[in-house]
Design a protein around this ligand. Structure first.
Ligand code: GLA
Length: 398
């Protein structure tokens, strides 16, 4: 792969490396993408189906081994270098530099799984927008995990890599996320969405229809407190499911539930849990239906499911915001829009629209023109290809 065809952060990581590490040259370059989820939010941790794609923004790690068991990381975005010793990693002892917990958590998780890692010098550069619900953290975890196991000459499947990256985030960073972001970052295929069964981790690839594109609008609104609200939603789902299992003999998990079963929560006065559960049960069905629509070109119908998903996330799951509702309403008003919804955890960040090919630039212009007002900034708008998942290149490949 000639250097000029590498993504910009990959070129940056390679060129910064010798400056930071005393003239050393990297031996390996690992890259992992962020993602956009077309439908299926807040169901990955409820044994549901999700339908994400990798986007053309990547976390990139240039790396070379060290013999002393120490990992030094330069984070280009923060203009900071941090380090830790592999032997000293403990999830209870979070590192002072918040960004360093993602590489450290990944190293910890690999070692917990029995991987004998070597120390490393690494430069991390990423163009996945941070805090925008496009999985910048999963991209870092997967890129670092790819670099570390390859440097040590070890074999690791994409599926295991995703599971270990999720564990890093759950147990080291303290964010109780599901498997979606790490899985798509590790295993995405260009030109395809992934219909992932989060219970079995089996998946089907769904081609992005030739006559449609994905447009992503970033509200740029602040996402403070997202982690605590997210963890609270998860706990509510666990609570709701526990009540349903106690009351209904045939239920062992979310997949066994129909809408009528949820009445038990409502009659028990647990209205919030009822609405959370209604989102989960209907979203799982919508996600499967959307994949089927995309496969046979029923784009209007796919778009209708996407907007129904937005309404459910807004009204039942309560993870939308005025900025996201505004972005989605503007997207829906644009000519050629099949459907739009918030994407990812919600609260702020991005919305995604399925748009007829050829109409994307007009939609982008409309969003840039009409989204800003006294409370909302000029948004960033991306037209995204469905991109490749994690990969690594050795010296000589660039
Ligand atoms: C975040 C989490 C994912 C998923 C989404 C919501 O991105 O990391 O696991 O739960 O929110 O669908």
């Amino acid at each position: 792969m000639p250097a000029e065809t590498l993504p910009p952060p990959a070129r940056q990581a390679l060129s910064v490396f010798p400056e930071v590490f005393g003239g050393r040259t990297p031996e390996l370059l690992a890259m992992a993408p962020g993602r956009v989820n077309v439908i299926g939010d807040h169901v990955d941790y409820n044994d549901g189906f999700v339908l994400p794609a990798a986007i053309g923004f990547n976390a990139c790690v240039a790396a070379a081994p060290r013999g002393d068991g120490c990992i030094r990381v330069r984070a280009v975005s923060f203009n900071e270098t941090g380090q830790f010793s592999l032997a000293d990693l403990r999830p209870s002892a979070r590192l002072r530099q918040a960004w360093l917990n993602y590489p450290a958590g990944m190293a910890w998780s690999l070692r917990e799984d029995g991987f004998d890692l070597t120390g490393a010098d690494m430069v991390l550069a990423s163009d996945v927008p941070i805090g925008s619900a496009l999985s910048s953290s999963a991209a870092v975890e997967v890129a670092v995990g790819t670099a570390l196991h390859r440097l040590a000459g070890l074999e690791l499947t994409g599926r295991r890599l995703a599971q270990l990256a999720q564990r890093a985030e759950n147990d080291f960073v303290g964010m109780n996320c599901g498997i979606m972001d790490q899985f798509i970052s590790a295993l995405a295929e260009p030109g395809h969405l992934m219909l992932l069964d989060c219970l079995s981790l089996a998946y089907d690839l769904v081609a992005v229809p030739a006559d449609a594109v994905l447009v992503i609008g970033n509200t740029k609104a602040s996402r403070s407190l997202v982690d605590s609200a997210y963890n609270e939603r998860r706990a509510q789902c666990d609570d709701g499911l526990a009540s349903l299992r106690t009351g209904l003999a045939h239920v062992s998990g979310w997949r066994d539930l129909g809408l009528a079963d949820l009445e038990l929560l409502r009659t028990g006065g647990r209205n919030v849990l009822y609405r959370r559960a209604r989102h989960v049960v209907t979203e799982i069905q919508r996600t499967m239906d959307t994949a089927a629509c995309l496969e046979d070109g029923r784009l209007d119908e796919a778009g209708t499911h996407m907007f129904a998903s937005h309404e459910s996330l807004r009204d039942d799951y309560e993870v939308s915001s005025s900025a996201l509702d505004r972005m989605v309403a503007l997207m829906m008003s644009a000519p050629g829009c099949f459907g739009a919804r918030l994407t990812g955890a919600g609260f702020a960040g991005c919305a995604v629209a399925l748009v007829a090919k050829g109409a994307e630039q007009d939609m982008a212009d409309l969003l840039v023109r009409e989204f800003p007002d006294a409370h909302h900034p000029v948004p960033d708008v991306f037209v995204s290809e469905a991109s490749a998942g994690a990969r690594a290149l050795g010296r000589g490949d660039w």
